[in-house]
Design a protein around this ligand. Structure first.
Ligand code: ADP
Ligand code: MG
Length: 720
């Protein structure tokens, strides 16, 4: 009805697709099966391609060797089995200028589809690489989109569903219907005009119309920009709102650092002064960022990103000591026992060093105890530690999940460091917080050794402030990385292992990855261990480490490797996290093409930790295909984790870079953290302007829309 207010996204979300002409019970069910129930769902089912009838290549214009898109009719279909027992469906296609053959392998259902299209006599869009085969044009396994007999210059091609039997022309018809019927009311645009013009964005109604039914292809870009911005802005508004709400509503601890009246004055300064090396500029900057947060009364939520070996431990310890200086306790939670033990040892060594260097410091008089609490802690020590945490007698504790078990209470927990490595959920972090009986919320520092591109971090960890250690301590010897192939390549690797062991060093061999099956992976590791120990590495002391071994057995083999009793450690990716043996100088990764960039980078980071030159050999069978090739080449080319993270994002898109957290972003339908990096930054800026200090979104319409975000996604935010 004219006079009704413009349609908001919430209005559209309340209107079912059953109001559309042409959507009966059967279609309704089909739409529901692909997740489309409301008009909003339909309008955010975006075309994935467009076909421009006037600019379409004709069959005669197709160039062999290149990809092409043509509009054809199906003249004939045949189906047969090849000698290799594959089904091969062949379609004869043509347009007025010529003919084209399309061949489909292993798609038996094609023949029925194509016969139907032939009988209906409708047009199909065919997209693929053109080859000449015996003098005829051919495409192998092209993408076929039936477009129907529709008029109009630009034809949107929608994602279709073979199983749900929804065709692209049905989607086109329904979206056109919604746009037509909405035209009298129009679409509300809650984005302030000032922001919209500043960013050069088209109004929302224009964007929705143009993305579905563009008059020409030029307008698609602008439409997409607007809709992408909207998606990203919603996410950033939630993140910024959450951040400011937290800052406004919860009272944190104003840690007394650098003050004469502190319970342990000068602890942090003394510790930093006493280090056997100078902090890198990046470490100094990050320590300052953290201490600034800590003295403020607002709870810290900070992500510390630093490549493997960037020196995160010192930074974390400085933060933890800041709590102790002001009379509070600090805890570090690590994802595995091995890592927790290493952190505890590393911290004890750092603290001991500081004491020795300055006899007059309080550290000298009163050593700061670092307790270790894991599943392996014997009952008696556990009791003692729990008592110390409850009374405040133990200032620093490092541990695993055991830290958040029942019965763990702190006298006054001031700082929590979570070494996340993508393994902890938010729930655990939250649990550690409630372990503190104080009303004040402890400050939280999340550490990750997996570099994440900035824009991705802004989206996925956008509720946290970001500190980056982008500089390695001086004196690191680069790790010579090579990619070696086939049996000859493997021989090269074994030779390298023998050489290094002969020189008194140690080696890792990482076994092929078996996705989603720890059992098969363990079996494969056992087989590899057997094969190497009796074959190429016979005579060396070869140990085995995999995830299904008992904790004690794991611990024992890691210890033997650390001591040098075991010279070569054959392992699954369990070594990826944290195993720190400076004498290890070779990393061999078998079937390296099966691993992702981040994983290879982590694995490589297990060597190069001492002063000796190290190498990394990535072994593959044959030709691993273009994507794996790019990954391996990137590893060979650079050791910079942030550069690798960008390559990863480029190669694989956002889907994999961020693990679980990424899965929580189902509301990115059009936006890509990779292609739309600039829009992420702009959306963050605008969100910063539109949320006030108390965490209220200043624009009512925008605030309303946040209700549309998937509530599951918000579970990924840091809980307070
Ligand atoms: P990360 O946890 O970031 O991988 P670590 O904290 O384990 O790195 O540090 C790696 C190594 O570098 C350790 O042996 C540590 O003693 C050393 N280190 C840290 N900071 C410096 C520095 N500023 N100068 C020299 N060595 C450093
Ligand atoms: Mg570390």
């Amino acid at each position: 009805m004219p006079g009704d207010p413009p349609l908001t996204l919430l209005d559209l979300a309340d209107m079912g697709v059953d109001r559309l002409a042409g959507v009966g019970a059967v279609k309704l069910e089909s739409l529901r099966s692909v997740g489309i129930e409301s008009l909003l769902d339909l309008l955010t089912w975006y075309p994935r391609r467009y076909l421009d009838r006037t600019r379409q290549a004709s069959v005669a214009e197709l160039t062999s060797g290149e990809q092409g898109l043509v509009l054809c009719r199906v003249d004939g279909v045949t189906s047969r089995r090849t000698k290799q027992r594959r089904t091969m469906v062949t379609a004869e296609l043509s347009d007025p200028t010529g003919s084209l053959r399309a061949t489909f392998f292993n798609q038996p259902w094609r023949s029925r589809q194509l016969e139907q299209l032939r009988d209906d006599g409708v047009e199909v869009a065919v997209f693929g690489r053109v080859e000449l085969y015996r003098g005829r044009r051919q495409m192998t396994n092209p993408v076929v989109d039936p477009v129907g007999d529709r008029t109009g210059r630009i034809i949107p091609i929608y994602p279709q569903s073979e199983t749900a039997r929804l065709s692209t022309w049905e989607f086109a018809e329904w979206t056109a219907q919604v746009l037509r019927r909405a035209s009298s009311r129009g679409f509300a645009d809650p984005l302030p005009d000032e922001v919209r013009t500043r960013l050069g964005l088209v109004p929302r109604g224009v964007a929705l119309a143009d993305i579905h039914h563009p008059a020409d292809l030029h307008v698609v870009r602008a439409a997409r920009d607007r809709l992408v911005f909207d998606e990203l802005l919603r996410i950033q508004l939630v993140l910024v709102r959450h951040q400011r709400e937290l800052a406004h509503n919860s009272s944190g601890i104003a840690h007394r650092v650098g003050r004469e009246d502190a319970p342990v004055p000068g602890l942090v300064a003394g510790f930093l002064d006493g280090l056997p090396y100078d902090l890198t500029a990046a470490q100094r900057r990050v320590v300052d960022e953290i201490l600034t947060d800590l003295v403020a009364p607002v709870p810290m939520h900070r992500l510390l990103q630093g490549d493997v070996g960037a020196g995160k431990t010192v930074v974390a310890l400085a933060a933890m000591l800041a709590a102790v200086e002001g009379g509070h306790q600090a805890a570090l939670m690590a994802p595995t026992e091995v890592l927790a033990e290493q952190h505890a040892e590393g911290m004890r060594a750092l603290l001991a060093g500081a004491t020795r260097r300055d006899e007059t410091s309080l550290l000298g008089e009163q050593p700061v105890e670092v307790a270790l609490l894991t599943g392996r802690t014997p009952a008696a020590s556990r009791r003692r530690i729990l008592e110390g945490l409850r009374t405040g007698g133990i200032p620093l504790v490092v541990g695993t999940h055991a830290l958040i078990a029942d019965g763990v209470e702190f006298d006054s927990l001031g700082v929590v460091v979570v070494d996340e490595q993508h393994r902890f959920g938010v729930e655990q972090r939250a649990a550690l917080r409630v372990a503190s009986p104080d009303d004040a919320v402890p400050d939280v520092l999340v550490m990750t050794a997996t570099p994440i591109p900035r824009t991705a971090a802004m989206t996925v960890y956008g509720d946290l402030d970001l500190s980056v250690l982008d500089e390695l301590p001086p004196g690191r010897t680069p790790i010579a990385t090579s990619w070696v192939r086939g049996d000859q390549g493997a021989d090269e690797a074994w030779e390298a292992v023998r050489e290094e062991v002969a020189a008194g060093n140690r080696a890792y061999v990482v076994c092929p990855l078996v996705e989603d099956s720890p059992k098969l992976e363990a079996a494969s590791a056992e087989a590899t261990h057997e094969r190497l120990a009796t074959g190429p590495l016979a005579g060396l002391d070869v140990g085995l480490l995999h995830g299904r071994m008992a904790a004690d057995a794991k611990h024992e083999v890691v210890e033997s490797f650390r001591r040098g009793v075991v010279q070569v450690l054959v392992a699954t990716t369990v070594v990826e996290v944290g195993v720190d043996v400076p004498e290890a100088t070779v990393m061999v990764v078998l079937d390296a093409d099966r691993f992702g960039i981040a994983q290879l980078h982590q694995l490589r980071g297990r060597v190069g930790r001492g002063t000796a030159a190290s190498r990394c050999l990535l072994v593959t069978g044959g030709d691993p295909g273009p994507e794996a090739t790019s990954r391996l080449e990137a590893l060979v080319r650079t050791q910079d984790g942030f550069e690798l993270a960008e390559v990863d994002l480029d190669l694989r898109g956002e889907g994999t870079v961020m693990g679980d957290r990424q899965r929580g972003r189902s509301d990115l339908r059009l936006a890509s953290l990779r292609r739309d990096r600039d829009w992420v930054v702009r959306a963050r800026e605008v969100a910063g302007e539109l949320v006030d200090d108390r965490g209220h979104v200043a624009v009512g319409g925008l605030a309303e829309e946040l209700r549309l975000l998937d509530p599951d996604d918000e579970a990924f935010l840091t809980k307070s």
